[in-house]
Design a protein around this ligand. Sequence first.
Ligand SMILES: *Cc1c(COP(=O)(O)O)cnc(C)c1O
Length: 412
Amino acid sequence: MSPAADKTSIETPPRAPSPLHKFGTLAVHAGSPHDPSTGAVIESTGVGKPIGTYEYSRSSNPNRENFEKAIAAVEKAKYALAFSSGSATTAVILQSLASGSHVVSVSDVYGGTHRYFTQVASAHGVQVTFSPSIETDIEDLIRPNETKLIWIETPSNPTLKLVDIRAVATIAHQHGIMVVVDNTFLSPYIQNPLDHGADIVVHSVTKYINGHSDVLMGACAFNSPTLLSRLTFLQNAIGAVPSPFDCYLSHRGLKTLHLRARQSSLNAHLLATTLSSSPHTLLVNYPSLPTHPNHHLCALQHRDGLGGGMLSFRIKGGKEAAERFCLSTGIFVLAESLGGVESLCEVPSAMTHAGIPREAREGAGVWDDLVRLSVGVEEGEDLRRDVLQALERAVVGPKLRNGEGGGVNGYS
Ligand SMILES: *Cc1c(COP(=O)(O)O)cnc(C)c1O
């Protein structure tokens, strides 16, 4: 061994967290200093008395600051801020725009984001234009001097279409426009939008980051000090801040995000493959399937080409079959929301997306027979068996009752 190599081998390793460390190490250590007086791994000082730096909990508290540091580390950002919900995060970013500003957004945004854009932002003079194909339309939709923000959600909900973040950011930046990416569906473990040119990344922490369906919270991360002072001011002035306890819970959730996100993705890929080869489905939307129209973006933007924990598919037999599927599962729970350890199923046209008029809904691929799955971290083989038996009951069962015959598999 050369003396140089020998020297490196005995050098003191970098103390965690350091930029040299990988995701799981950052998730466990970033923003988790040892408390100097108790040695506690997560500081949990209550705030109420003006001791030290913390005066009033809306302005700052240690649990929130530690969580924000951890989010900045795993999104590879300089700064992060936490809010009382994903929706509050969106609201504060939109509030930071001057009256008269214009925003271009992808059409398939989260329902609450769409509601804010169309019914709240307009009240303070911010207009939003929606585009179903932002990569090709952006140049035409930008209004000189008025457009200030581009809003992207990738993958889209519930059809899992991907947007080329770099392509949109390149054009936006030529016009001095900022790009926001809502990264809720993938979590920072699978995608880091700032790496692809985005200026702000937004999360509903409620979903994968907390991961246990027991907290409502949001966060955003970015690199600009100007944004930091503007958004910190609004965080305090508007007051849509999370409680210290929710920050503590979400921070604890973040420490296992890499394990949960990977397991959910592997499970979802297994189910997507199973559903694709089933005679009872018409179409499967899942980004890491080679047949997905944006498969190349999945390889480019997602860690290890992982597809994430969300998938949707069209079942044969229409709306009734979709509903029967959701009532026939033994592990998947019929519910909205997503990103928790437990697997969920729902029918978007009748539940999460029921508010969208039929024509617009179907134009975006949200047919009555579409089923959305939020795949949890249970055993993949158990989930696969659950999906197969529910398909049989939903599609073949009724035919048998109607005397059409067919090969039901003997599931009881
Ligand atoms: C849930 C969700 C939101 C809103 O977050 P809340 O925490 O429920 O306010 C925003 N974007 C996406 C993609 C979501 O799934």
